[in-house]
Design a binder for this molecule. Structure first.
Ligand code: NAP
Length: 302
């Protein structure tokens, strides 16, 4: 499996990682992925999969790059520390390789949250800090609060059918040595990709390169130098197929052919992105005013 450097760290990571949101495959598919070189596993406190991931990495922890996420409702200093400790317990390990802020929280000062993240690094409980679902501007603001360490990654939705990061984030990540961890690289269900591809351009390229459509879709994502793709697969055969999406390259022509032939791909305009963020902010404020027992929209999302 090809590897890519994590941010500016010099640490090589496989360009394909194993996701565990709504993962129901048990230990087997994760172990199979690790054996095939995808030794980077992504989970989150809100996925409910940390105990299973802990089981899957038992005895092989040293060979795994382990990432988890703290939910926005835990962005107060003490809560970040508590959430990290809880994840460590669930995962049966004493450190996380990457700890990510799952979504921005507009009701807690980012300085407070980043200060807690920096403390976790100092305590040796996490090695690297990442964010998720942050815009380039939010990433810059979060980075500005850190005095000693750098944010190494931003995990965002990116696939042939959602290319919003291409507007600015991808360029920012490349220029600033931040890894872009692409979630839902198969559009969270391969049928979605098929429906967006009425002329079966994936099939055409797959036939030309002797690969499957899923492999071509994943390889398209990782063609970008800053991108590592995180797929989820419950089935061992899908894991095997997906891990073979690395180690070869699409030609620039094939890359462009796919980019221009997948119909109706989404690229949210800056206005739409702003509207979504304002809605999230309003929800978070409403949640805070109603009390901590209220579950907010973003907490139920992956
Ligand atoms: N940071 C965030 O906010 C966020 C949000 C969403 C996801 N994520 C992360 O990203 C990971 C991946 O994203 P995702 O789960 O949304 O979607 P995804 O990987 O794009 O798609 C998963 C779906 O594709 C199917 N699949 C996998 N390989 C296949 C293949 N070779 N052929 C046909 N179908 C295949 C899976 O089926 P089977 O399971 O049946 O094999 C599953 O239904 C998550 O697990 C999570 O770790 C993060």
């Amino acid at each position: 499996m090809n590897s890519k450097q994590l941010g500016n760290t010099g640490i090589p990571l496989p360009e394909l990682a194993l996701g565990t949101w709504q993962y129901r495959g048990g230990v087997g598919p994760l172990r199979a992925g690790v054996e095939l070189g995808a030794c980077f596993i992504d989970t989150a406190e809100c996925y409910g999969t940390e105990p299973l991931v802990g089981e899957a990495i038992h005895g092989i922890r040293g060979g795994i790059f382990l990432a988890s996420k703290v939910s926005p409702r835990h962005f107060r200093y003490k809560d970040v520390i508590k959430a990290a400790e809880c994840s460590l317990k669930q995962l049966q390990t004493d450190y996380l390789d990457l700890y990510q802020l799952h979504w921005p929280n507009y009701t807690v000062p980012i300085a407070e949250t980043m200060s807690a993240m920096e403390s976790l690094v100092a305590m040796g409980k996490i090695r690297f800090i990442g964010v998720s679902n942050f815009t380039a501007a939010e990433l810059r603001r979060a980075q500005a609060q850190l005095s000693k360490v750098r944010i190494v990654s931003n995990q965002v939705r990116y696939s042939l059918v959602d290319r919003s990061p291409e507007q600015d984030l991808l360029l920012y990540c490349q220029a600033n040595q931040v890894s872009l961890l692409a979630f839902s690289p198969l559009a969270a269900g391969f049928d979605v990709l098929r429906r967006s591809d009425p002329r079966d351009s994936l099939g055409q390229v797959a036939a030309a390169v002797g690969k499957t459509r899923a492999q071509v879709a994943l390889n398209w994502c990782t063609s970008h130098p800053a991108v590592i793709a995180i797929f989820k697969a419950d089935k061992v055969e899908h894991v095997r197929e997906n891990c073979a999406a690395s180690g070869w390259s699409l030609t620039p022509e094939q890359f462009r052919f796919l980019a221009s032939n997948i119909a109706g791909y989404r690229s949210r305009s800056p206005l739409e992105r702003l509207a979504r963020r304002l809605a999230r902010r309003a929800l978070q404020h409403a949640g805070r005013n109603l009390g901590s027992a209220t579950r907010m929209d973003h907490e139920q999302r992956p």
